[in-house]
Design a protein around this ligand. Structure first.
Ligand code: FES
Ligand code: FES
Length: 166
Protein backbone atom coordinates (compact mmCIF):
# COMPACT_ATOMS: atom_id res chain seq x y z
CA UNK A 1 0.00 0.00 0.00
CA UNK A 2 1.39 3.45 -0.84
CA UNK A 3 1.79 5.97 1.97
CA UNK A 4 -0.65 8.28 0.15
CA UNK A 5 -3.41 5.75 0.77
CA UNK A 6 -2.79 5.63 4.51
CA UNK A 7 -5.39 7.28 6.70
CA UNK A 8 -5.89 7.53 10.43
CA UNK A 9 -8.84 8.09 12.71
CA UNK A 10 -8.62 11.29 14.71
CA UNK A 11 -10.72 12.77 17.49
CA UNK A 12 -10.46 16.45 18.30
CA UNK A 13 -12.45 19.42 19.50
CA UNK A 14 -12.94 22.10 16.88
CA UNK A 15 -14.53 25.35 18.01
CA UNK A 16 -16.02 23.50 20.96
CA UNK A 17 -17.52 20.66 18.92
CA UNK A 18 -16.27 17.08 19.10
CA UNK A 19 -15.01 15.95 15.71
CA UNK A 20 -14.04 12.48 14.56
CA UNK A 21 -12.72 11.80 11.11
CA UNK A 22 -10.57 9.53 9.00
CA UNK A 23 -7.85 11.68 7.52
CA UNK A 24 -5.22 10.96 4.93
CA UNK A 25 -1.68 10.91 6.28
CA UNK A 26 -0.56 13.89 4.23
CA UNK A 27 -3.67 16.05 4.56
CA UNK A 28 -2.80 19.44 6.04
CA UNK A 29 -4.77 20.81 8.96
CA UNK A 30 -5.84 23.80 6.85
CA UNK A 31 -7.18 21.56 4.08
CA UNK A 32 -8.96 19.40 6.64
CA UNK A 33 -10.63 22.41 8.25
CA UNK A 34 -11.65 23.87 4.92
CA UNK A 35 -12.73 20.79 3.01
CA UNK A 36 -13.92 18.32 5.65
CA UNK A 37 -15.41 20.81 8.10
CA UNK A 38 -16.27 23.72 5.79
CA UNK A 39 -14.35 26.20 7.96
CA UNK A 40 -13.20 28.35 5.08
CA UNK A 41 -12.26 31.29 7.28
CA UNK A 42 -8.92 29.50 7.54
CA UNK A 43 -7.44 30.91 4.35
CA UNK A 44 -4.73 29.41 2.19
CA UNK A 45 -2.22 31.74 0.59
CA UNK A 46 1.33 30.51 0.21
CA UNK A 47 0.81 27.00 1.64
CA UNK A 48 4.45 27.16 2.70
CA UNK A 49 4.29 28.67 6.17
CA UNK A 50 5.12 32.19 5.04
CA UNK A 51 1.95 34.31 4.86
CA UNK A 52 0.01 33.47 8.04
CA UNK A 53 -3.37 33.36 6.28
CA UNK A 54 -3.95 29.84 7.63
CA UNK A 55 -3.33 30.73 11.30
CA UNK A 56 -5.41 28.80 13.82
CA UNK A 57 -5.03 27.87 17.49
CA UNK A 58 -4.18 24.34 18.58
CA UNK A 59 -4.35 23.86 22.34
CA UNK A 60 -4.08 27.62 22.67
CA UNK A 61 -0.96 27.95 20.52
CA UNK A 62 -0.88 29.78 17.21
CA UNK A 63 0.00 27.42 14.39
CA UNK A 64 0.19 27.52 10.61
CA UNK A 65 -2.56 25.25 9.38
CA UNK A 66 -0.71 24.62 6.14
CA UNK A 67 2.35 23.27 7.93
CA UNK A 68 0.57 21.02 10.39
CA UNK A 69 -0.93 17.71 9.43
CA UNK A 70 -4.53 16.94 10.27
CA UNK A 71 -3.43 13.73 12.01
CA UNK A 72 -1.47 15.86 14.48
CA UNK A 73 -4.60 17.37 16.04
CA UNK A 74 -5.72 14.02 17.44
CA UNK A 75 -6.74 14.74 21.03
CA UNK A 76 -6.29 18.49 20.61
CA UNK A 77 -8.50 21.56 20.90
CA UNK A 78 -8.59 23.60 17.71
CA UNK A 79 -9.99 27.12 17.36
CA UNK A 80 -10.56 28.90 14.08
CA UNK A 81 -11.93 32.33 13.29
CA UNK A 82 -15.41 30.80 13.03
CA UNK A 83 -15.18 29.92 16.72
CA UNK A 84 -14.47 33.50 17.71
CA UNK A 85 -16.98 34.76 20.20
CA UNK A 86 -19.11 37.82 19.71
CA UNK A 87 -17.73 39.16 22.95
CA UNK A 88 -14.31 39.53 24.44
CA UNK A 89 -11.04 40.53 22.83
CA UNK A 90 -11.83 39.13 19.42
CA UNK A 91 -15.00 41.21 19.17
CA UNK A 92 -13.10 44.29 20.32
CA UNK A 93 -10.43 43.67 17.73
CA UNK A 94 -13.00 43.15 15.00
CA UNK A 95 -14.67 46.46 15.91
CA UNK A 96 -11.32 48.26 15.91
CA UNK A 97 -10.32 46.71 12.55
CA UNK A 98 -13.62 47.98 11.14
CA UNK A 99 -13.28 51.45 12.64
CA UNK A 100 -9.64 51.86 11.58
CA UNK A 101 -10.13 50.45 8.08
CA UNK A 102 -7.63 47.72 8.89
CA UNK A 103 -8.84 45.44 6.13
CA UNK A 104 -9.47 45.73 2.45
CA UNK A 105 -9.83 42.37 0.72
CA UNK A 106 -9.94 40.62 4.10
CA UNK A 107 -7.80 37.70 3.03
CA UNK A 108 -5.28 38.17 5.83
CA UNK A 109 -7.84 39.26 8.42
CA UNK A 110 -8.74 35.98 10.18
CA UNK A 111 -5.07 35.22 10.77
CA UNK A 112 -4.37 38.80 11.82
CA UNK A 113 -7.24 38.78 14.31
CA UNK A 114 -6.28 35.46 15.90
CA UNK A 115 -2.64 36.52 16.12
CA UNK A 116 -3.52 39.93 17.57
CA UNK A 117 -5.86 38.34 20.13
CA UNK A 118 -3.10 35.98 21.23
CA UNK A 119 -0.75 38.95 21.59
CA UNK A 120 -3.20 40.90 23.75
CA UNK A 121 -3.77 37.82 25.86
CA UNK A 122 -0.06 37.69 26.68
CA UNK A 123 0.74 41.37 26.50
CA UNK A 124 -2.33 43.53 27.24
CA UNK A 125 -0.54 46.83 26.56
CA UNK A 126 1.91 46.22 23.73
CA UNK A 127 3.99 48.95 22.12
CA UNK A 128 3.61 49.54 18.38
CA UNK A 129 6.90 47.76 17.90
CA UNK A 130 5.65 44.74 19.83
CA UNK A 131 2.46 44.72 17.75
CA UNK A 132 4.48 44.85 14.55
CA UNK A 133 6.73 42.12 15.81
CA UNK A 134 3.81 39.87 16.79
CA UNK A 135 2.15 40.37 13.41
CA UNK A 136 5.36 40.07 11.40
CA UNK A 137 4.49 36.54 10.31
CA UNK A 138 1.14 37.61 8.90
CA UNK A 139 1.40 39.19 5.48
CA UNK A 140 -1.07 41.72 4.10
CA UNK A 141 -0.92 42.77 0.47
CA UNK A 142 -3.47 45.58 0.81
CA UNK A 143 -3.24 47.81 3.84
CA UNK A 144 0.40 48.72 4.31
CA UNK A 145 0.04 47.51 7.92
CA UNK A 146 -0.32 50.94 9.57
CA UNK A 147 -4.09 50.66 9.98
CA UNK A 148 -3.74 47.13 11.35
CA UNK A 149 -1.25 48.26 13.98
CA UNK A 150 -3.54 51.23 14.78
CA UNK A 151 -6.48 48.86 15.25
CA UNK A 152 -4.60 46.53 17.58
CA UNK A 153 -3.28 49.51 19.54
CA UNK A 154 -6.81 50.87 19.86
CA UNK A 155 -8.15 47.50 21.04
CA UNK A 156 -5.41 47.36 23.67
CA UNK A 157 -6.48 50.79 24.95
CA UNK A 158 -10.07 49.70 25.49
CA UNK A 159 -11.19 48.29 28.83
CA UNK A 160 -10.59 44.61 29.00
CA UNK A 161 -13.74 42.51 28.67
CA UNK A 162 -14.26 38.83 29.46
CA UNK A 163 -12.86 36.82 26.61
CA UNK A 164 -14.29 33.74 24.93
CA UNK A 165 -12.07 30.89 23.79
CA UNK A 166 -11.72 32.44 20.34
S1 FES B 1 -1.04 29.44 3.75
FE1 FES B 1 -0.09 28.81 5.59
S2 FES B 1 1.39 30.32 5.99
FE2 FES B 1 0.58 30.86 4.04
S1 FES C 1 -6.59 43.13 3.66
FE1 FES C 1 -6.06 42.18 1.78
S2 FES C 1 -4.39 40.93 2.32
FE2 FES C 1 -4.76 42.06 4.11
Amino acid sequence: MSSAAFSARISATVNGDAVQADVAARLSLADFLRTALGLTGTHLGCEHGVCGACTVLVDGQLVRGCLMLAVQIDGCRVETIEGAHDSGRLAQLQACFHERNALQCGFCTPGMLLTAAALLEQQPAPTREQIRDALSGNLCRCTGYHAIVDAVEEAARRPRVPSGPG
